[in-house]
Design a protein around this ligand. Structure first.
Ligand SMILES: Cc1cc2nc3c(=O)[nH]c(=O)nc-3n(C[C@H](O)[C@H](O)[C@H](O)COP(=O)(O)OP(=O)(O)OC[C@H]3O[C@@H](n4cnc5c(N)ncnc54)[C@H](O)[C@@H]3O)c2cc1C
Length: 434
């Protein structure tokens, strides 16, 4: 039995290992070193394209929880990341060259894996295949995937996204909930600003530091989603007539605020709200500093910062099951960022889940239930059930887990999320004979 895996990045390499160790032969296709995307430059597999941090290892964080779960599931890439880690406080940061070297060497030495170098431009749907070509999937394959998704196939090139906040950390005393002109339910959390607060906010926004864009990312960057800081530079009142406009909004005392930041629920399953119209390219530090000037968000926790880069991903809730299988073609799985997760470790996790899904399909075994309280289960549930109209890739965060309400202390509550999920994942690992 042979599985084709297209893309030897983080997801593709983890998927290769998971299938190979279960006795399945793998043909791993990787376009490097023959062809490089604009962000890739290392000729080896499993290239870390940007920051060398795989984020926190602390139990009180969702990324720490994700790593603990991956460890229970025998993730190859996490194991190697630890072996080549560099000091970074409570984060797991890696020597990226060593990491790529070691993953490549390990994959090359697996007896039932063949690595085939060159760009894949066609997909043979008769052969079980995992597509893991990442956010910078090449144009030829992009068109082939569109064909596979069918007539109404949708893939996104999303240039900028807005930050997402954990609703439990918003100061609700400083907000009011209503929709504009009272239309519909009270769907929005509105964060009002006085005249002074607004102009101070605009001034800081204009002067804040942005992430430097690579040349390739400048193409069409501003056409779809204008970053809020660029809009602010067009005039001090531009945002008051744009995303921060107060028209149709009256606070609980009947007053019309000077300006309003609106927060909208990300999904009905979670406690996360996105900042409406706040697509941004500011550095993460500046997003925290400047957006915390909005009074109700002074102590808000950002579960996801806004990012800007070329990003190719499919509308996972429309096309994929919760184990990353293409609903219309059970032979085809997606993994990594193209399959609707975001982040290095999330991509590794999705490679692992997709590979186990593929294995179970090939063996005629039932699929794994990844649990409701594990972060991997929450991620796979999210990508397969989120709102299709505004779907964006998701990273690991506590906002996608069922809320714990009976623990008041914030730190303790986070530990509870961790303990609850890990207990569940231990049982899943046992079921998988790990
Ligand atoms: C510019 C940029 C910066 C990012 N920075 C971060 C960050 O700092 N932290 C973070 O957590 N996440 C970051 N991400 C998001 C994401 O986590 C990473 O892109 C991650 O590497 C995705 O893993 P993946 O396995 O899906 O794709 P990749 O790791 O990109 O792997 C895809 C592989 O497929 C190969 N490939 C592509 N097309 C073909 C083809 N047609 N035929 C054969 N091979 C092909 C590529 O060469 C590559 O090796 C960033 C993304 C981008 C684009």
């Amino acid at each position: 039995m042979i599985v084709n895996i297209i893309g030897g990045g983080l997801a593709g390499c983890e998927a290769t290992y998971q299938l190979a160790k279960r006795g399945i032969s793998v043909r791993l296709y990787e376009q490097k070193p023959i062809k490089f995307s604009p962000a890739h430059c290392n000729k080896n597999l499993a290239e870390i394209v940007c920051s060398n941090s795989l984020k926190s290892t602390e139990m009180s964080t969702a990324s720490g929880m994700l790593k603990a779960e991956l460890e229970l599931l025998d993730s190859l890439l996490l194991k190697i990341a630890k072996q080549v880690s560099v000091p970074a406080g409570s984060a797991l940061a890696v020597d990226r060259n060593l990491f790529a070297d070691k993953v490549t060497e390990t994959i090359k030495n697996l007896p039932n894996v063949e690595i085939i170098y060159g760009e894949v431009t066609q997909i043979d749907t008769d052969i079980p295949t995992i597509i893991a070509t990442g956010p910078l999937t090449s144009g030829n394959l992009y068109n082939e995937i569109l064909k596979l998704l069918g007539e109404d196939g949708r893939m996104y090139f999303f240039d900028a996204s807005a930050p997402i906040v954990d609703a439990t950390t918003i100061d609700k005393n400083l907000t009011f909930t209503t929709s504009r002109y009272g239309k519909g339910e009270s769907d929005y959390i509105n964060c009002p600003l006085t005249k002074e607060e607004y102009y101070n906010f605009i001034q800081e926004l204009i002067n804040a530091k942005s992430v430097e864009l690579k040349e390739f990312e400048n193409v069409n960057v501003f056409e779809g989603c204008m970053p809020i800081e660029i809009m602010a530079k067009r005039g001090l009142d531009t945002l008051r007539f744009g995303p921060l406009r107060p028209v149709g909004l009256v606070d609980n005392s009947g007053n019309k605020p000077f300006a309003v930041v609106q927060l909208r629920k990300e999904s009905n399953l979670t406690n996360m709200y996105n900042m409406v119209g706040f697509q941004t390219n500011l550095t993460f530090g500046e997003q925290k500093r400047v957006f915390s000037l909005i009074p109700a968000l002074k102590k808000a926790e950002f579960v996801k910062y806004g990012v800007m880069h070329r990003n190719t991903y499919i509308c996972a809730p429309k096309y994929l099951t919760n184990n990353f299988m293409l609903k219309t073609h059970p032979n085809i799985f997606f993994a990594g960022q193209i399959g609707g997760v975001e982040g290095y470790v999330e991509s590794i996790a999705s490679g692992l889940v997709a590979a186990i899904g593929m294995y179970n399909n090939l063996m005629g075994k039932p699929q794994i239930n990844w649990g409701n309280n594990t972060i991997i289960g929450a991620l796979t549930n999210y990508i397969s059930t989120a709102d299709q109209t505004n779907f964006q890739p998701m990273n690991a965060n506590f906002g996608i887990l069922p809320v714990i309400t009976n623990v008041k202390d914030k730190h303790q509550r986070k530990l509870e999320y961790f303990n609850r999920g890990i207990k569940e994942m231990e049982n899943i690992a046992k079921f998988l004979n790990l």
